[in-house]
Design a protein around this ligand. Structure first.
Ligand code: GUN
Length: 167
């Protein structure tokens, strides 16, 4: 059995719409009412949620955005590169991994409202990571744009958007 198949089975991972596999591992019992949340949330949300996320090198996590900050944690496998575009079009890249003496970090926070994508760095490998958010995740807050829509918004980033979108 490959390490990827082992992780999928061991942690009961399912395909994610952005690419890769995930399993929600935590959803707080408590909820925040809509009236106490910023305006972009419709309905209440749990205080916080956490997932395992597994990405293999033959695919990518496509550009998407959520309303809240997302904390990424590196667990095992290849380092993973995060590609960010802020709403005003500023582009940046960060690597999470465990080669700490070469600038990699074990945690990285993607700011809420940023468009972001991810790719495993090493060929024939995978990245096993975690993602924590507060307020808790709800697919109602998840935006997976079409390639052309994102290129129209950020024509200066056409190349990376074309590489890291699939619809
Ligand atoms: N739960 C389901 N999908 C996701 C995701 O993309 N991020 C987080 N943090 N939780 C999720």
């Amino acid at each position: 059995m490959s390490e990827v198949d082992f992780l999928i089975e061991k942690f009961d991972l399912s395909p994610h719409p952005e690419g890769g596999y995930f399993k929600e591992t935590y959803r707080s019992a408590e909820e925040i009412e809509e009236t106490a949340l910023p305006n972009d949330y419709k309905g209440s949300r749990n205080h916080s949620t956490c997932i395992y996320f597994l990405l293999t090198s033959d695919t990518f996590s496509a550009f998407h955005k959520i309303s809240q900050d997302e904390i990424w944690h590196f667990y095992s496998g290849s380092p993973l590169k995060l590609y960010l575009i802020s709403d005003n079009g500023a582009y940046s890249e960060y690597i999470i991994g465990n080669d700490f003496s070469n600038g990699q970090v074990a945690q990285f926070v993607v700011p809420g409202g940023y468009w972001f994508a991810a790719k495993t760095i090493k060929p024939n490998s995978y990245s096993f990571v975690g993602c924590t958010v507060a307020p808790g995740f709800d697919f109602a807050d998840f935006v997976l744009p079409e390639r052309q829509e994102l290129i129209d918004k950020f024509p200066q980033h056409e190349d990376i958007i074309t590489r890291l979108t699939r619809i």
